[in-house]
Design a protein around this ligand. Structure first.
Ligand SMILES: C[S@@+](CC[C@H](N)C(=O)[O-])C[C@H]1O[C@@H](n2cnc3c(N)ncnc32)[C@H](O)[C@@H]1O
Length: 305
């Protein structure tokens, strides 16, 4: 039986769909994905590929564009992003894609049916990453390829360039104190583990896979005025979308609940929610002073069954 998520899934609404689609553009440079990642995956012609936790399309869309011969199946817990993914695929004539609902902990597929099983920023969100990796391994054919692109979120430092001057040591101490409670709370609520990225090679090995490479994604976001390049303007759009979060009651409640579940107070949760100072970021974007040179750092694990 499919187990329900322990709490509201924040990825399921339209705002987040738009956010995820924009963010995807900040993970990869196309040349790196095409010339480095694809050859390393070495997926067989016409192979069957499963994208676990595909959301509104994520890596399925990238792959479908570059490898129209593959039969790609995206699955996710949430119906809304899947509808969005279907609509996007049909609008863009991506005929080799199908999407369906399911649970990464309990895949509805037979053993050994896929030539490739992939996920991108999913193992940090599932209740039990080890169980999900075992399931991904089970449905993989012998010789099939496993690929996971996953965060270790504590490595993210995108906004420091806006705030670094304004924040003192006490602010950072407070931030890391509460961030730790936030991470513990996420695990306690079954909302995943933000530090999973760097541990995926071990999880894959424990599931019986042979890890043959571990890398990082290549995109750094070098955003600085006057924002002449399209990539920079994409990122600004992303930053604005992400930074409506300060005023979002749903995220405020969820952040407070998470910090409290990790041993903090409601006040800690509120402080943490507002720590990013999204209004400050939006102001800096509007007056053309925003700079950021951080990255969404993903650990890439390549393994074979
Ligand atoms: C950050 S999003 C990433 C989406 C997509 N892979 C991408 O790269 O844009 C995380 C996704 O994992 C999905 N998810 C979380 N837990 C899941 C589970 N147990 N089974 C399937 N999908 C799950 C969420 O619904 C969400 O779409």
């Amino acid at each position: 039986m499919t187990q329900q998520p322990a709490t509201v899934n924040p990825w399921s609404d339209d705002d987040n769909s738009a956010f995820l689609r924009l963010r995807m553009k900040t993970f990869w440079n196309g040349d790196y994905f095409e010339r480095i990642i694809l050859p390393l995956l070495n997926l067989p012609h016409s192979g069957r590929v499963l994208d676990v936790g595909c959301g509104n399309g994520g890596i399925s869309l990238l792959l479908s564009d570059l490898r129209p011969d593959l039969q790609i199946l995206g699955m996710d817990f949430e119906p809304k992003p899947l509808e969005d993914a279907r609509a996007y695929a049909s609008r863009n004539g991506l005929a080799n894609l199908t999407f369906e609902q399911g649970d990464a902990h309990n895949l509805r597929y037979d053993d050994a049916v896929f030539d490739g099983v992939l996920c991108q920023t999913v193992l940090t969100h599932v209740r039990d990453a080890q169980a999900a990796v075992k399931e991904m391994t089970r449905v993989l054919k012998s010789g099939g390829v496993f690929f996971a692109a996953e965060y270790t979120n504590s490595a993210m430092a995108n906004y420091d360039s806006v705030h670094f001057e304004k924040r003192d040591e006490a602010w950072y101490r407070e931030y890391y104190r509460i961030n730790r409670m936030f991470m513990k709370g996420k695990m306690a609520l079954g909302r995943g583990d933000d530090t999973v990225g760097a541990r995926v090679p071990l999880l894959a090995t424990q599931a019986g896979l042979d890890v043959y490479d571990v890398r990082l994604n290549d995109r750094a976001m070098h955003v600085f005025p006057p924002y002449r390049h399209e990539k920079q303007r994409n990122y600004l759009e992303l930053a604005k979308t992400a930074n409506t979060i300060d005023n979002d009651e749903k995220w405020l409640k969820l952040n407070i609940k998470t910090v409290v579940a990790g041993g903090g107070t409601e006040e800690d949760g509120r402080w943490f929610h507002h720590a990013i100072d999204s209004a400050g970021i939006v102001r800096a974007i509007e007056d053309g002073t925003f700079t950021a040179t951080g990255s969404f750092q993903l650990y890439l694990t390549f393994a074979r069954k």
